[in-house]
Design a protein around this ligand. Sequence first.
Ligand SMILES: NC(=O)c1ccc[n+]([C@@H]2O[C@H](COP(=O)([O-])OP(=O)(O)OC[C@H]3O[C@@H](n4cnc5c(N)ncnc54)[C@H](O)[C@@H]3O)[C@@H](O)[C@H]2O)c1
Length: 449
Amino acid sequence: MDIKILHIDSNNPILMEQLQELGFENHEDFTSSKEEIELKIKDYQGIVIRSRFKIDKTFLDKAVNLQFIARVGAGLESIDCEYALSKNITLIAAPEGNRNAVAEHTLGMLLSLFNKLNLADREIRSGQWNRESNRGHELDGKTVGIIGYGNMGKSFAKKLRGFDVEVLCYDILDNVGDANARQVSLEELQKKADVLSLHIPWTAETNKMVDAAFITAFAKPFWILNTSRGKNIVTADMVDAMKSGKVLGAGLDVLEYEKLSFETLFQDKGTPEAFQYLLQADNVILSPHVAGWTFESHQRLAQVIVDKIKEKYFGKTPNETVEKRVTGLGGVFFKAKNPKELVAWYAKHLGLKTDDYGSTFWWKDAQGNDCSTQWSPFADDTSYFSPSEKQFMQNFRVENLEELLIQLKQEGVTVVGEMQSYDYGKFGWIMDVEGNKIELWEPVDAVFK
Ligand SMILES: NC(=O)c1ccc[n+]([C@@H]2O[C@H](COP(=O)([O-])OP(=O)(O)OC[C@H]3O[C@@H](n4cnc5c(N)ncnc54)[C@H](O)[C@@H]3O)[C@@H](O)[C@H]2O)c1
């Protein structure tokens, strides 16, 4: 294999070691300017970056042999993604590597804000012992609104499971809600939320998303957490809302004033007025863009990148592909002469909790997520099992139905009909070798409850 990879930022050593072992040729250049790297990028098939400079059109035009750009981080906004994709360059990011870190950091900021830990700590260090003014708030009973329900948003919602809070999410994609957060409209989120947590990418649409009008649309005073990108918030508008009491406090891991590299704070000299306010405000917790920056994520990010580059060039090993397929039994469906009477019999004699559709069994998977399995008799003349002639139909829970159906088709498995999306998940159908129809279900279990 003759694949040369240029690394322009330092990363966990396992990244280079494992790529080397896989047979890639690795070169480091942590110091040359963008212009200097542009002169030699034509010699490389891959580039591994963090955030040192923007990969723009000029750069991409010079990268005539580039096959992939891997970013050891979650967001890809420092890359002209559209242009790169138009040149058939694969984009690789590693949100799986730092989503747990971001979620724990966000929760840490939220609990610290609610319990005034930053202020109390400062006061004690300066000899003050103020109990009343350090009285805290409890999360219990509050509503947390998450905007952007992707890797980070989902991971944060999972951390909130142990608290008695209602978790809502808003996203531009449909059907992303799950057992940990109910998907709602932006209006509903703004009406109900006590805490807003941003987990959106930085795009033209989300740039300055949280401005005066956006804040005014919230029905109640609320707390803001931002671990996305600083420019998602108009800081001056948020500060005005803090002064008026509409925003109760803020936990900010990212600031409007950061440089694109995240390595330094100010683009220009001087401290903006709104930032000066944040610096002296007791109800504000700041951290220097480190939510995803833990000892554990340092290694995990590198591993995810290696795994994805490996997958691009060598595909998944049979184990990796199979592992992700079925995650549980989603349901057993069978034909019955009189489904209603049968359901009543099972309720009476076996104590099943039944409804018109049969019975739903609830259980928890290894990660503690609520999962359901459905047991349902169908009318004898149902066409739902066709083209199968059998009396039974099985339903399996899967993690990524769209990808799985593509893989199954490639393997020559008969796929019946098109994938369908409903409130409770995505459905697809296949036939096994004996002519049994199998329903594949990527569930949204919460809706059933
Ligand atoms: N602070 C840190 O250290 C740190 C670490 C990792 C990620 N991040 C940031 O967190 C953010 C989220 O990352 P992710 O990996 O979860 O991304 P993701 O792509 O997995 O999820 C983002 C979600 O936001 C949704 N979205 C996009 N535009 C939207 C809009 N206008 N309104 C509502 N939803 C919208 C998308 O549909 C998607 O579901 C990014 O900005 C990323 O850069 C920060």
